[in-house]
Design a protein. Structure first.
Ligand code: HEM
Length: 489
């Protein structure tokens, strides 16, 4: 009964403004504060019209709902979907902005971000062993707890949990579904292996560096458009290493007056939500359970609860870990979201949640409206003006989307020329990225934001000649599969 009560509290995203506005590790901000919001540009002044547009695009049966399961696979192994979510939970958490409302422009820079906007793995380490000792094994200094024992069921491969099943981890959202929870456990194990013959601080730094390497050279390379990645990577490396004669990068300034990175809402509310389109409705867990639903009622895995031992994830089925071992791919990066994300379960969004608010694309579009995001076209033009090789007039073939004409009927603007940012970026991925990568505009938003982290924060790029341990990486350039293999032992 206690467990039942606890798991029905929403832990990921809020519908109403709530939470602790005083606790923060930084703030949100706008990358392009001078651009008009999409609503202003389109002439949408009333909340009910904005909600109707969000419903028509992102709601159940809307343009972004993959009702017939038609969106294909990308070439990206399915494990990267949860890695993307894991990275999101390392750098951004907004618990205070209202979904059905508006945040004035001058208030956005005061919105608290409850994660540090740097790749420091605070979602794993929390605030460290002194501040959050219950995540650490007091008997073995520096070791992180792994494994749960809830209701008489032991699972050594689960994340640590209290008696009622609540995960005791750095970010509660890393227990939102079975796969992100198992990825969290993988990082705990990775850290613990690095601790052998070391100490906490060294193992932590070393784990962070391996992770930052994978984000820069493996993950971003896979999900970003190749032209934009090739354009930005040498600028990131050169600026992070303080090389002379390299063009200054990033092009946008997202540092606050304390020189802390603020989290741009163009990234957190639109571009980095691209991972929502990579999510499939079903996944393999292991050889015994090769097909389970993301939220599977049969096993009670609806989020924020213990992982049944029989569902412990075999990452060989979701990552390119072994030659000749088939693995699932992520869904194509496009404008369609899997049916599973159109009816989010109670533990994720709360018990008394409307049908609209259970559709993730609806939330993304409406949250973008609440935070006054500009249209995709305006953002594209701005990025080009900053120096990115981008065509702001790219044809995204909106008229080829089924039921497109139903959306355009009663609007005061031409929505094909003035498109809500999240929808624009996902359509761009479908048409220009061909479902394999983000398009140029989405990629530039990612690389600007991550680039800022690599240039201004402590990362492996600042350490002279740091390279992944060959025991982790093998002979090639390290990938997420190498980290998973190493963590498995
Ligand atoms: C696997 C299933 C996933 C579920 C059920 C899920 C669910 C959610 C929900 C409910 C929100 C809050 C929405 C709002 O009210 O505005 C959210 C936010 C977000 N999601 Fe996901 N998500 C998933 C996967 C991903 C992935 C793969 C990514 C990767 C890139 C991602 C990136 C984000 C980001 C950046 C935010 C904003 C976080 C913040 O600033 O608070 N999510 N997600």
């Amino acid at each position: 009964m206690q467990l039942e009560k606890q798991v029905h509290k929403p832990m990921h995203g809020t519908a109403k403004a709530r939470g602790c506005a005083h606790a923060r590790l930084g703030n949100f901000c706008k990358m392009f504060p001078k651009l008009p919001s999409w609503a202003k540009e389109c002439g949408v002044t009333e909340q009910c019209v904005a909600e109707a547009v969000a419903r028509a695009i992102g709601g159940v049966g809307g343009l972004m709902h993959d009702v017939r399961n038609e969106s294909g696979d990308s070439g990206i192994p399915a494990g990267y979907t949860f890695f993307a979510q894991f990275v999101d939970h390392d750098i951004t958490l907004d618990t205070t902005s209202p979904l059905h409302g508006k945040v004035d422009d001058d208030k956005i820079a005061h919105l608290p971000n409850l994660r540090s906007a740097s790749l420091d793995l605070d979602c794993v380490y929390g605030l460290g062993p002194e501040a959050q000792p219950y995540m650490y094994d007091g008997a073995q200094p520096g070791r992180m707890h792994v494994g749960s024992s809830v209701g008489g069921v032991d699972n050594h491969d689960d994340v640590p949990r209290n008696a009622s099943g609540r995960a005791m981890i750095g970010d509660p959202r890393n227990d939102e579904n079975l796969f992100i929870s198992q990825l969290q456990a993988m990082f705990l194990k990775f850290h613990n292996r690095r601790l052998v013959t070391s100490n906490f601080e060294k193992a932590q730094a070393d784990t962070r560096y391996h992770y930052q390497w994978v984000v820069l050279y493996d993950f971003l390379k896979r999900v970003c458009h190749p032209d934009i990645y090739a354009f930005a990577l040498p600028l990131i490396e050169g600026n992070a290493k303080g090389k002379k004669n390299v063009k200054k990068y990033p092009f946008c300034d997202i540092l606050d007056h304390c020189k802390r990175i603020c989290m741009p809402v163009e990234f957190s509310v639109a571009a980095f939500r691209f991972g929502h389109t990579m999510v499939r409705s079903t996944y393999p867990a292991n050889g015994q359970y090769p097909l389970i639903e993301l939220f599977d009622e049969r096993f009670g895995t609806l989020g924020f609860g213990p992982v049944p031992p029989q569902l412990n994830v075999d990452w060989r089925l979701l990552l390119d870990m072994e030659d000749c071992h088939p693995y699932a791919k992520s869904k194509a990066i496009d404008h369609l979201l899997a049916d599973e994300l159109n009816r989010l379960p109670d533990p994720v969004v709360g018990r008394n949640t409307s049908t609209d608010d259970r559709a993730l694309a609806f939330r993304n579009i409406l949250r973008g409206h609440a935070l006054g995001l500009a249209s995709g076209q305006k953002v594209a033009a701005e990025l080009k003006a900053k120096g990115y090789p981008i065509n702001p007039k790219q044809n995204l073939e909106f008229d080829k989307i089924e039921n497109w004409s139903c959306l355009t009927k009663d609007l005061p603007c031409d929505i094909a020329k003035c498109t809500p940012l999240f929808f624009y970026l996902m359509r761009e991925a479908a048409v220009i990225g061909k479902g394999e990568t983000l398009g140029p505009v989405g990629s530039a938003l990612l690389l600007e934001t991550f680039g800022t982290m690599y240039v201004y924060c402590s990362t492996f790029l600042k350490e002279k000649d740091w390279a992944p341990d060959p025991c982790v990486a093998g002979n090639g350039s390290m990938t997420l599969a190498d980290m998973a293999r190493y963590a498995r032992g």
